[in-house]
Design a protein around this ligand. Structure first.
Ligand SMILES: *Cc1c(COP(=O)(O)O)cnc(C)c1O
Length: 443
């Protein structure tokens, strides 16, 4: 975009000026509709999510064998929900804002196999591909006990095929580790911001790591190009994949079960607010879709982005989706938040979810570090910077009288509310890296 075009955009959408200035902003979506009205635009249904859930159940016996750390959940990759009352009090203090209701943390940071939310979508897509190949070859049927996949016969079969993906780190970890375990030959195309320890861990698992000096968009484009020239290579498309999206969406029904076991109510009198860190959008989009199916209009979803990478906010707010990047308006897309350093949002996710989100907001890298330190201090829980992006959400929501009023969220309902911060990563960060993160926190 040239200066004139940017000025024109700012005239139409004054918030874009604040994005350009790297201000922390909160945008409440004026186009939110009911689930019934918004669902047709997603193009996926409850039945699609149910099929994904069933597929993950078929693979559970295999995952138990291949990753013994999943045995205690019978091969189902799921994370805990915990209350964080000390953090809630500290946030009220920090933001000088009462947070009505209860603040909780969804610890996808501690998901087995790859220690991030990518253990949902990434692993699900690899399993889907493996199942398809094995069934087409007549080696597997859906009624089989999938522990048979944990064998040399299957590893040898999958070794004829390859998988490629572009990643800023965490998606590569999930797809790399899962694909290599099944026996695939796998290449992960890593952007410049990817951490050295993630590359090393992947190489230890036998993954081919290709490094780029450019950002995520370039790594993805190269991965796609490599895959196109090889008919046996399957490219996992983080920007457009419905399969990834469905793998994430399974989280909704699972959370409903967890809440009912914990006696946490979600209904018209007990609203649920969920704050999800957003990169390209598949993870938070898929989870939010699953949450909407599980809790209907009683769940309110918000996406959180770094001030240096507000791609989804830019795309949804202007309606330009993947036709605009943060670089187009002069933002550098440089952030310490792994997984969130994405300049151009998924057009599929933006268009699917623009009516089902209550809002998006941004926060600075320094604030993510500060919140990382605060959570460690208050609750002894350690996350990676991106996973803290959801943390300011509850105070932003509780502080906006106009938003609450327009959604009929009165004082009584807010006292009954649950605020769920989706902690998307950090469980596998090495101790020396974590020490560096903690030392960057000013609390
Ligand atoms: C990938 C990632 C996200 C966001 O997921 P997208 O699908 O890229 O939007 C958030 N947090 C962490 C830690 C991630 O790795």
């Amino acid at each position: 975009m040239n200066t004139f075009e940017i000025e024109h955009l700012v005239e139409q959408y004054p918030l874009v000026k604040q994005l350009i200035n790297l201000d922390e902003v909160t945008w409440f979506n004026p186009n939110t509709t009911t689930l019934a009205e918004g669902l047709p635009y997603v193009g996926l249904t409850q039945d699609d999510v149910a099929q994904a859930e069933a597929r993950l159940k078929r693979f559970a016996p295999y995952l138990c064998l291949a990753f013994p750390e999943t045995q205690k959940t019978y091969g189902i990759i799921e994370s805990e929900v915990v209350a964080i009352p000390e953090m809630q009090a500290a946030l009220e203090q920090r933001y000088q804002q009462k947070i009505a209701g209860q603040l909780m943390l969804k610890k996808d940071s501690h998901l087995p196999i790859s220690g991030s939310i990518k253990a949902r979508g990434g692993i699900y897509e690899v399993l889907t591909h493996a199942e398809k190949l094995a069934i087409e070859a007549g080696m597997l049927s859906e009624d089989d006990d999938y522990s048979v996949l944990y064998s040399d016969k299957f590893r040898q079969f999958f070794s004829q095929y390859s998988i490629a993906v572009g990643s800023t780190g965490n998606l590569g970890m999930s797809i790399g580790i899962m694909s290599a375990k099944l026996g695939f030959s796998v290449s992960v195309h890593m952007s410049a911001d990817a951490r050295a320890w993630k590359k090393q861990k992947l190489r230890e698992h036998g993954v081919n790591v290709v490094e780029y000096a450019q950002d995520y968009g370039v790594a993805v484009a190269q991965g796609r190009k490599e895959a196109e020239s090889d008919p046996h290579c399957f490219f996992i498309d983080d920007e457009n994949s419905r399969t990834l999206f469905l793998g994430y969406a399974v989280a909704g029904g699972r959370l409903r079960q967890q809440f009912s076991q914990m006696n946490i109510h979600v209904d018209a009198e007990h609203p649920l607010f969920v704050y999800l860190p957003c990169g390209v959008g598949g993870g938070p989009g898929g989870v939010a879709f699953g949450l909407k199916l599980a809790f209907g209009d009683n769940v309110h979803c918000f996406f959180a982005e770094p001030t240096h990478s507000p791609c989804m906010l830019l795309g949804i707010h202007t309606g330009l989706h993947d036709e605009i990047s943060v670089q187009d308006i002069g933002i550098d897309n440089i952030t310490a938040a792994d997984g969130l350093a994405v300049g151009r949002a998924s057009g599929f996710v933006g268009r699917a979810m623009e009516r089902l989100l209550d809002g998006l907001y941004t926060l600075s890298d320094q604030e993510m570090y500060n919140l990382l330190g605060l959570l460690n201090q208050q609750q002894g829980i350690q996350l990676e910077p991106s996973a803290l992006a959801g943390m300011p959400g509850a105070a932003r929501v509780c502080g906006d009288a106009q938003y609450l009023q327009s959604h009929g969220l009165d004082t009584q309902k807010m006292q009954n509310a649950t605020h769920l911060v989706w902690a998307t990563g950090g469980g596998m960060v090495p101790a020396d890296e974590m020490a560096k993160y903690l030392s960057a926190a000013k609390v």
